[in-house]
Design a protein around this ligand. Structure first.
Ligand code: ATP
Length: 389
């Protein structure tokens, strides 16, 4: 990476941070049949995936699914029981062969930043460069670039306890970037920041890494952070891969009922799958929902029990219940709360099994109001109800 870092700091943010998945780029990381056991407990169950140069991959999953274990194996802080990891075509980890962490060309940003508390900002950032015995003039130049890039000018002589959480986080990123690693590992890097700063930093980090062409392997339990950062999502569930795809693919077609719920489709409507003259549909009591078939395939059998998942923001509230047919359900409002920009209501459907749904809307509703909930056909997902949750 011979790019002038300060030139990048001066540029304007682009209107959008585009997906950067490059199937043609050279292979960077190849993980094959990776297994990690803690005693009799299998934390990683033979997982395989790959990562290209310059990609940002976010590993997403709930607490205990194996995210940190995977990151530690890539970093070299733990060894696998089976399978292997290749970096730049070379095996760096297997149960026979372990390259030490410092020889992998991999730098990590930890959840608690792990800055040296007795070293000031400058000393923290240049620590790795001094260890590499870089020329003093080159260190000065790299430091100046990084201070500007991470907006740390003026803070050079402060110790970590004299910095805010966001500033400490920037120092940790600057320190990790300083030695220009092949791969950056980020372990829940924003979890100690307040919400406003988290949103700001995830946008800035994604922009920065893409501009620098840095390959990033990032772990989080926060879907919003994963979507803001990632080119591809690796969704981990109980030590296995539930889905691996571009963030757009995962968002628009979650691989399972479990992934749909993790990615915000928290509403589930049970019904029976039926074929009608207008195409595939779901029957709930007397009502038939049409046109909600984006992920319908041959695995759905006429009469089988299915569940339809959708996000609260993908439904529209209609007040004229009599006028609506098609892909709308009649419901009664149970309660409604103000969330700042919008209102959130819990409503109960009137057909079939009287199921509870969450919906977001612009105007307040009152308990007892009769409404119709219209689903956006392209944003609802159907799964076999019996599928493991
Ligand atoms: P979190 O988001 O809470 O950090 P995680 O997805 O990173 O969770 P891991 O820390 O990788 O999960 O842990 C995966 C599983 O392995 C968990 O069930 C955890 O209890 C178990 N585990 C992790 N480390 C050890 C250990 N040293 N000994 C025994 N079990 C462990």
């Amino acid at each position: 990476m011979n790019m002038n870092l300060s030139a990048i700091a001066m540029e304007e943010l682009p209107a959008s941070t585009e997906n950067n998945h490059k199937p043609q780029a050279a292979m960077l990381l190849e993980v094959s049949q990776l297994t990690k056991n803690y005693g009799s407990f299998q934390a990683l169950r033979g997982i395989s995936f790959d990562m290209r140069q310059g990609e940002i991959i976010s590993v997403l999953g709930p607490s205990g699914c194996g995210k940190s274990t995977l990151l530690q194996l890539v970093a070299g802080l733990a060894s696998p029981d089976e399978g292997h990891i290749k970096l730049d075509g070379r095996v760096i980890a297997s149960n026979k062969n372990m390259l030490p962490p410092e020889k992998r060309g991999v730098n990590m940003v930890f959840q608690d930043y792990a800055l040296w508390p007795h070293m000031n900002v400058t000393e923290n950032i240049v620590y790795g460069l001094r260890r590499q015995r870089m020329d003093r003039g080159d260190i000065e130049q790299r430091l100046t670039e990084l201070l500007e890039l991470l907006h740390l000018e003026g803070l050079e002589h402060r110790l970590p306890p004299q910095l805010s959480g966001g500033q400490q986080q920037r120092v940790a990123i600057a320190r990790a970037l300083a030695t220009r690693p092949n791969l950056m590992l980020l372990d829940e890097p924003l979890s100690n920041l307040d919400m406003r700063l988290r949103v700001e930093m995830r946008t800035e980090m994604a922009y920065l890494f893409r501009k620098l062409g840095i390959s990033v392997f990032h772990v989080t339990h926060d879907p919003d952070e994963a979507f803001a950062m990632a080119d591809r999502l690796l969704i981990l569930r109980a030590g296995g891969i539930d889905q691996f795809g571009t963030s757009q693919q995962c968002y628009s077609k979650p691989a399972s009922r479990w992934a749909a719920s993790l990615l915000g489709a928290i509403n589930g409507l049970r019904g029976t799958f039926v074929h009608t003259p207008q195409g595939a549909a779901i029957r709930m009591g007397e009502q038939v929902l049409h046109g909600i078939t984006p992920n319908v395939d041959e695995t759905f059998i006429e009469g089988s029990e299915v569940i339809l998942m959708f996000r609260p923001e993908e439904a529209t509230i209609l007040h004229d219940v009599s006028a609506e047919t098609g892909n709308a359900l009649q419901a009664v409002v149970l309660h409604c709360t103000f969330e700042g920009m919008r209102w959130r209501s819990v409503v109960q459907t009137q057909e079939g099994q009287k199921q509870k749904l969450y919906v977001l809307h612009e105007e307040p509703l009152s308990p007892g109001d009769r409404i119709a909930v219209r689903l956006r056909s392209s944003s609802a997902f159907i799964y076999n109800f019996e599928e493991e949750r």
